[in-house]
Design a protein around this ligand. Structure first.
Ligand code: TYD
Ligand code: MG
Length: 469
């Protein structure tokens, strides 16, 4: 009988401490540390094993026979794209996201799509009653799919039930934070419970070859353990993003042991559930504000897929001592950098102006290639000079004011041409890749200053002098 020991574990990141403290030093969150019984924690001895004695196993060479992991297409191509071509047998996926973003909706749709292909698929909800899940399925017109439902929270009961029948291909657990196991003594939702439950389900998946999808709520208050505590244990982590004001939802792979992590899946939340968006560029450009200053179309790449999106900027005289710089959908630091380059190398005076930058449609861009589009939008707004509405922009801006090349220029240009754009402002070095798109007029620049001068010359803002000498 081991001695009961108490430890204090951060419910956000899982860091353990010897005593309680207000702030977690590992993740910087406040009030997330809670007392837990560590004798039952993950890593405690397995049943019936004496300490220090192990079973020897054979080690293998790096070169050996490999088998391509067999994949199971779910019938929802946007979902399969993010997972790298479908669910891998025996793999465990974690789908994280804010409450209400649509995780349950997405996964009941995935479970139904798979069931329609004749595979056994099981949906276990720890949050909703069976009747509620049915009601949702009815709204989504999924009642004909043979998904097996249960409202259950005990991991032991779930595994016992699943082991009894035919092997399921897919098991959705909604959500991992509501699950509890007898192995751990702490209450459901704590780090120990979430980890132990996840571990039991992972063990089941590896043993049987079934795919397990865990839903994890991202929590800010730290009252229940966040999905981060199981991220390292699962094979893939997908995050489902979007904001309440927009209908677009983006599924993004954060970690994937069996595929790339840069692919995104785009969905639209409709009254009839999530609809796949096969051509996101058209969607993100559908409500463009043509002919007004401060907007530029960025030709981006998400994974292997080109994505055109509008970048909007507003530059307005400030009434504050320190002007505001606000950005939605892009990196604040990159905005500061672009502003600094515009001031230092292009003669643009932004110190007396508030700057707002927004990526239309609620998309979040991570590429440095958006620098050029952001800079063009900023200068366009400042100079009150609308940019040509049939032009796209891409290129990375260096601190010296040079426009640097970015990967996959040809794919970006192809998408622009396909969607009817006629001009492209690109880095000089990408010019060679433009030969495939003869219908595009290419404006290749080496420096940001040249582009800025070009935009400012067409501006109508004759108020205070905006450009320095
Ligand atoms: P849900 O899948 O329950 O979110 P999560 O599991 O991530 O907490 O989705 C909840 C939201 O989705 C809810 O605010 C309503 C909206 N919704 C629709 O707009 N259309 C639909 O067909 C469904 C089922 C939900
Ligand atoms: Mg839910």
């Amino acid at each position: 009988m081991s001695k009961r020991t108490l430890s204090f574990v951060c419910q956000n990141c899982g860091a353990a401490y010897g005593k309680w403290q207000g702030k977690c030093e590992a993740c910087g969150e406040w009030n997330t540390i809670a007392e837990e019984d560590s004798t039952s924690a993950v890593g405690a001895r397995g049943p019936g094993k004496a300490p220090g004695k192990g079973r020897p196993f054979a080690l293998e060479a790096l070169s050996g026979e490999t088998h391509e992991a067999p994949r199971l297409a779910t019938g929802i191509p946007e979902f399969d794209r993010v997972t790298g071509g479908g669910l891998v047998r025996g793999s465990v996926l974690l789908v994280g996201g804010d409450p209400g973003i649509g995780k349950s909706t997405l996964l009941i749709q995935v479970a139904a799509a798979l069931a329609r292909t004749g595979q056994r698929s099981v949906y276990i909800s720890g949050e909703e009653a069976v009747a509620q899940v049915r009601l949702r399925a009815e709204r989504l017109a999924l009642l004909d799919a043979k998904v097996e439902l249960a409202s259950e929270t005990s991991v032991e009961d779930i595994i016992a039930t699943l082991s009894a029948g035919k092997l399921p291909r897919l098991i959705v657990i909604d959500s991992i934070q509501t699950m509890w196991t007898d192995v751990a003594e702490s209450s459901p939702g704590t780090v120990t419970q979430v980890r132990s439950s996840a571990q039991a389900l992972i063990r089941y998946a590896k043993k049987t070859g079934a795919c397990v999808v865990l839903v994890g709520h991202v929590t800010k208050d730290g009252q229940i353990a966040g999905p981060r505590v199981v991220e390292h244990m699962v094979d893939a982590v997908l995050s489902f993003e979007g904001d309440g004001a927009h209908q677009f939802r983006i599924l993004r792979a954060v970690k994937n042991r069996f595929g790339p992590t840069d692919e995104i899946g785009v969905f639209e939340m409709t009254g009839l559930g999530l609809r796949e968006v096969a051509n996101p560029s058209e969607l993100f450009l559908s409500e463009r504000d043509l002919g007004s200053p401060g907007t530029a179309v960025f030709a981006g790449i998400e994974g292997t897929r080109p994505l055109l999106v509008e970048i909007q900027a507003l530059v307005a005289p400030t009434s504050l001592g320190t002007p505001r710089r606000a950005v939605v959908g892009w990196d604040q630091n990159r905005l500061s950098m672009v502003i600094a380059v515009l001031e230092a190398h292009c003669g643009v005076r932004l110190a007396g102006h508030d700057v707002y930058l927004n990526v239309a449609g609620g998309l979040r861009i991570q590429e440095p290639a958006a620098d050029l589009a952001a800079a063009a939008a900023l200068v366009s707004s400042l100079a009150n000079a609308p940019l040509p509405s049939d032009a796209v922009y891409f290129g990375e801006v260096s601190l010296s004011g040079a426009i640097r090349p970015v990967p996959q220029s040809a794919a970006r240009l192809k998408e622009a041409s396909k969607l009817g754009f006629a001009r492209a402002f690109i880095p000089e070095s990408a010019k060679a890749e433009a030969s495939g798109e003869p219908q595009l007029t290419i404006s290749a620049n080496n420096t940001l200053a040249a582009l800025v001068a070009d935009i400012a010359a067409r501006g109508t803002n004759r108020g205070p002098r905006l450009l320095k000498e």
